[in-house]
Design a protein around this ligand. Structure first.
Ligand code: FES
Ligand SMILES: [Fe+2]
Length: 344
């Protein structure tokens, strides 16, 4: 399996929780190796522009933002939230020219369910960012945990969708251990730019589900570039989990896990849930750190049936994404309806 490292473009990436951008504030962040400056205007609109001054290349984030325009710290050129230059202070009468011809790149952004999504690509967005089911567009997550994984994005994505690592990596008294391994059969099928583990009852060996009360039903969706949405229904209550994987650089990936819930008691248990979430995510990160030791020697890797089938689909989806764009045709989902079996 020799997969070249490439990043997908013309697609929505999770950027950051919207609460991090107060009105009149700006924040620099690297995504897909690109320097991006995010900000929120006085009017409440979020924007994202390339964090490089077109004049002499200094990051615009080194300057200041007054809630309407970003001013470069070097020669004071100003830019609107659309990346268009609005003023060049050094010009004297007679030197006027159309400063709006000077631009730094604007990235389309959308704020949905409390999160800022950024469209990384050349064109304009041709669809909406992903959202969790059941909860309204203006309803942010109850819990957000982010962690940096020092690896290429593919390893973070595959690690998160891997069904066989649970009993070894997430060993814990409150979750499960090697002795709880048993055979599983789950139905999968194609879903928008990805696949879905169809609605099913989660394994009874996960003690964490028991505290929810009732018999839960779960559906898990994955879609490019690295978005996993888990929808759990327990009687009248709903829990949604959104995991997003955003490449920062070739060797740095940000994994963010967010939870929405309808149970009031869960708010009281938030510090505890946060601790579990951090521990869980940390276990996934730590194993990826160890994996890097070996990957440095560029070994060939294996994907076996059926436990690694989702990883195989991920690579196939990625390749198809690129090919469909190159050939200017519709995306053809390579995933078929199938039941996968494994022990975990
Ligand atoms: S470098 Fe930004 S104004 Fe000159
Ligand atoms: Fe994991």
């Amino acid at each position: 399996m020799a997969e070249p490292n490439f990043l997908l473009s013309d697609i929505w990436y999770f950027a950051m929780p919207g609460a991090r951008l107060k009105r009149g504030a700006m924040q620099a962040k690297t995504l897909l190796k690109q320097p991006v400056l995010f900000g929120r205007t006085d009017a409440g609109e979020v924007f994202a522009i390339r964090d490089i001054c077109p004049h002499r290349g200094i990051p615009l984030s080194c300057g200041r933002f007054d809630g309407r325009e970003v001013e470069c710290c070097y020669h004071g050129w100003r830019f609107g939230p659309d990346g268009v230059c609005t003023a060049i202070p050094s010009l004297v009468p007679g030197q006027e020219f159309d400063v709006s011809r000077i631009k730094t790149r604007r990235h389309p952004v959308r704020e949905v369910q409390g999160n800022v999504w950024i469209w990384m690509g050349d064109g304009e967005p041709d669809r909406d960012p992903p959202r969790v089911p059941h909860f309204a567009d203006d309803r942010g997550a109850n819990l957000i945990e982010a962690m940096d994984f020092p690896c290429f994005v593919d390893h973070a994505v595959i690690g998160l969708m891997d069904p066989a690592h649970g009993p070894f990596v997430h060993k814990s008294w409150f979750w499960r251990n090697e002795r709880s391994i048993h055979e599983k059969a789950k139905e999968f099928g194609p879903a928008e730019f990805g696949f879905v583990m169809k609605k099913h009852r989660p394994s009874s060996n996960s003690a964490a589900y028991k505290i929810l009360g009732g018999t839960p039903e779960t559906e898990i969706r994955f879609q490019l570039p690295g978005v996993r949405i888990e929808h759990i229904q327990v009687g009248a209550h709903t829990v949604c989990n959104l995991t997003t994987v955003t490449p920062i650089g070739d060797m740095m990936t940000e994994v963010t896990n967010q939870m929405w819930w309808t149970m009031g008691w869960a708010d009281a248990a938030k510090p505890l849930i946060r601790r579990f979430a951090r521990k869980f995510l940390g276990q996934d990160r730590d194993v990826v750190v160890l994996q890097q030791e070996g990957l440095r020697h560029d070994p060939s890797l294996m994907l076996i049936k059926d436990a690694d089938t989702q990883a195989r689909w991920y690579y196939q989806l990625k390749n198809e994404w690129v090919r469909a764009r190159q050939e200017g045709r519709e995306f053809k989902n390579p995933v078929k309806d199938v039941t996968l079996r494994w022990r975990s």
